[in-house]
Design a binder for this molecule. Sequence first.
Ligand code: ATP
Ligand code: MG
Length: 261
Amino acid sequence: MMKYAVEVEDLTVTYNNIVALEDVNLRLYDGEFLAVMGPNGAGKTTLLRAILGMVKPVKGKIKVYGYNVFIEEEKVKHLIGYVPQKVTLSKAVRLTVEEVVLMGVLARKIPPRIPSERDVSTAMEALKIVGLEELWDRDFLELSGGQQRRVLIARALVSKPKLLLLDEPLTGIDVRSQAEIAAFLHELNRKHRVSILMVTHDINPVAEYVDRVALLFKKIHAIGKPEEVLREDVLSKVYGGRIRVFSYGRVCFAIIGDVHR
Ligand SMILES: Nc1ncnc2c1ncn2[C@@H]1O[C@H](COP(=O)(O)OP(=O)(O)OP(=O)(O)O)[C@@H](O)[C@H]1O
Ligand SMILES: [Mg+2]
């Protein structure tokens, strides 16, 4: 049994000599649900892209289940499901929900990429997990934002990843959809044993479900259980004085004012 799903060691990433991540050290345990929170420009997307081997660091090592992501790319690819922050689906090509989910299986095949019956049933299973199987023949672009987000999560789940990387999966959707998606991510983590690394600027919808929270702004400023990190004295390191935390038992809410930095 591998102890860590992700090991990030001394990671530094720059874009045109501007530092996006500096000496980041982070470990995700196998089976853990970790949220990385930070404001706009904190380097959250960069961190995920580095774990996927898509951004080359100037310094540091990254392993996924023991495999070096920059050397053993093929092995790593099969272990990870990725839900990007922005989807680039052409509006010119109308795709059904089923076709969008199938993209997750077909991307792993050699051309010509023709789905087998088994691929179709795998896609339907993934849609069932996110609770959208009855929408399989609908036009993807006609779905609500929350439904589209679930479809994209289904697309990432189709290859049965051991690790799910999510980039702002709850942004831009209503509070009810946020709560539903947060709850099924929790179930995916607990029941299906998928390790989850989610980056978000808003921790509140998942605060009650995550094992740990990391606070990122170029560096990891804090990491620990939600009640250890979701504290005004800790969050103010990154958000300054414009932060208030309210807690009800184990559940914390962080209210972040307009933060310009
Ligand atoms: N391709 C790129 N070329 C140049 N600079 C980039 C590139 N991608 C990101 N950056 C810069 O690196 C920093 C970190 O960006 P990143 O997208 O990782 O932040 P983020 O935490 O995901 O932000 P957001 O909450 O807005 O999604 C920002 O200052 C950004 O402008
Ligand atoms: Mg981002």
